[in-house]
Design a protein around this ligand. Structure first.
Ligand code: HEM
Length: 154
């Protein structure tokens, strides 16, 4: 395996884990939890789901730019000569990471505190904010993967 193919594999796997995880949470787990669980049980489920998933998101947040910059150097000899779709990818990475850090630093502690205090109304509000931000990040992530895959168009 060459350094290039190792970096490429890690890069695509990291994107898969992050975007695929958000897809599963939003499209599958969220409606299933609404159908099967009462409000308090649902909030407790999400306080257990997010920290486990976020460990892997942090891994992806680190691996994507490290492997991505490696690919940039190996394939395009640096930033200046990188094609448009790679620049779009880097810009949207910043957006995705900023939204993720916002959830991790603000919304998740709010949800945890509310659940610990059995304040279900505040917990539901915090979960609603997280749902919105994850929904936006899922769309941005899908756009990045589409842009990366359809690169001859950009
Ligand atoms: C600092 C952030 C990033 C940098 C510097 C970067 C850079 C790159 C580079 C140089 C390539 C190879 C392009 C080529 O061979 O033509 C690539 C491919 C790819 N990137 Fe990124 N990337 C970043 C973030 C992301 C993010 C956030 C995602 C998705 C969530 C992503 C998904 C992909 C995918 C799926 C490919 C493979 C495309 C294909 O071969 O079809 N990248 N990236």
């Amino acid at each position: 395996m060459t350094v290039f193919s190792l970096a490429y594999t890690l890069h695509v796997l990291a994107a898969l884990v992050w975007v695929g995880g958000m897809f599963f949470a939003w499209m599958i787990l969220r409606p299933a939890a609404v159908a099967a669980l009462e409000g308090p049980a649902r909030l407790k489920l999400w306080t257990n789901v997010f920290p486990r998933f976020f460990v892997w998101v942090w891994v992806a947040v680190l691996i994507l730019p490290i492997s991505g910059v490696g690919l940039l150097q190996l394939r395009f000899n640096g930033f200046e000569t990188a094609p448009r779709y790679v620049q779009v990818m880097m810009g949207l990475y910043v957006v995705m990471t900023a939204l993720f850090i916002r959830i991790q630093a603000l919304q998740l502690p709010e949800l945890r505190t509310a659940v610990a205090a059995e304040d279900w109304a505040t917990g539901a509000q915090a979960l609603g904010k997280i749902r919105k931000l994850v929904g936006i990040n899922l769309i941005v992530g899908l756009v990045v993967v589409a842009v990366a895959s359809a690169r001859p168009m950009f």
